[in-house]
Write a protein of this length. Structure first.
Length: 337
């Protein structure tokens, strides 16, 4: 397949987080065929029932190309025009995965070995696949992680601190609110305090941010709500301790805050001759914890359209990315010798 065909084939497989099995099976078959022709090995790295990473190795890897196979909801299939390929995961990160596979095929045709490709599950939710992979390193010296950076090497990326905020109340008839206690009102009060938390800034990474991602609760319009909850995410540019303390103060006596995930911000090395950028999102890199080597972050596509209904990737950037990954692997492989 061309990189465009492979991108669309991957997009058209529904792999919303938690349901990655089908795309994993496609990769096992596709990479298994490639490995069979070129002397590699492909393995299924189990994460949870029906969920697994896919690892393909040629020799003992010095350089590992890696990205995620899961996408955010809602799923929608691919389409294209002369300039772009559209669809869920087009730039985050199915196009990236297709470019990595194409670069790998080119490298193998030239006899390059000591390289691996690792596709993980769960990056969009809790990095479950990267956590599992961090326990099963293969001695790789360098990790090229793929996320949409517009084909520029990232000098750093923000971290993430995610909470589930839960408020409890007491049901009553809505015509007599004095007999009840609204969990929704409590939750809204807490969220308002959380939105006023001063967020730190960093000279490289910029200013932190807060997103209230989901709110659910209550039973009916005429019932005082006895339970409500929200999922929130801070984008970190510094250590998380100060924000944790502020969250604790905000919920005290009114709600409970359960920390779901913390990924610290990272700073990364570049390679001479590559343009650079700084990205505002979080990646699996801190979760890998060095188990797959020194990390680099680069991929085609823009985060400005990721997670939107107009998610797309430039065909030109896809083609360029194949060449960039090819060059990076060759340079890092030589550096590792």
């Amino acid at each position: 397949m061309s990189v465009f065909e492979l991108t669309r084939r991957l997009i058209d497989i529904d792999s919303v987080t938690g349901h990655e099995r089908q795309v994993g099976e496609f990769l096992l078959e596709y990479l298994g065929g490639l490995a069979g022709r070129t002397g590699g090995q492909v393995e299924r790295m189990d994460v949870e029932p029906e969920r697994f990473n896919v690892l393909a190795c040629w020799g003992e890897p010095r350089v590992t190309l890696s990205t995620h196979m899961d996408v955010v909801p809602p799923f929608f299939g691919s389409r294209e025009d002369g300039e772009f390929i559209y669809g869920r995961g087009a730039c985050d990160a199915k196009g990236i995965l297709a470019a990595m596979i194409q670069a790998l095929e080119r490298l193998l045709e030239e006899g390059v070995r000591n390289v691996a490709l690792l596709a993980v599950v769960g990056e969009e939710r809790n990095s479950a696949g990267a956590l599992q992979a961090a326990c099963q390193g293969r001695g790789s010296r360098y990790l090229i992680n793929g996320e949409p950076t517009e084909n520029k090497l990232a000098l750093g990326s923000k971290g993430a601190l995610r909470y589930e905020i839960t408020a409890q109340g007491r049901m009553a008839h809505s015509s007599m609110p004095e007999l009840g206690e609204s969990a929704i009102h409590k939750l809204l009060d807490v969220l308002e305090v959380l939105r006023r938390i001063p967020l730190p800034a960093d000279p490289l990474l910029g200013t932190g941010s807060l997103n209230v991602g989901t709110i659910v609760g209550g039973r009916a319009p005429n019932v005082i709500a006895d339970e409500a909850r929200a999922e929130i995410m801070f984008r970190l540019v510094t250590e998380a301790d100060a924000i944790r303390e502020a969250v604790g103060r905000a919920v005290a006596g009114r709600a409970e805050a359960h920390e779901v995930l913390m990924v610290p911000p990272v700073r990364l090395r570049t390679i001479e001759g590559f343009p650079t950028t700084v990205v505002p999102f979080t990646t699996d890199i801190p979760v890998f914890a060095g188990a797959w080597g020194e990390p680099f972050l680069l991929g085609p596509g823009s985060a400005r359209v990721a997670h939107t209904r107009e998610e797309r990737i430039s065909k030109q950037e896809l083609v360029e990315a194949v060449g960039i990954y090819y060059r990076m692997v060759k340079e890092l492989n030589a550096e590792a010798n």
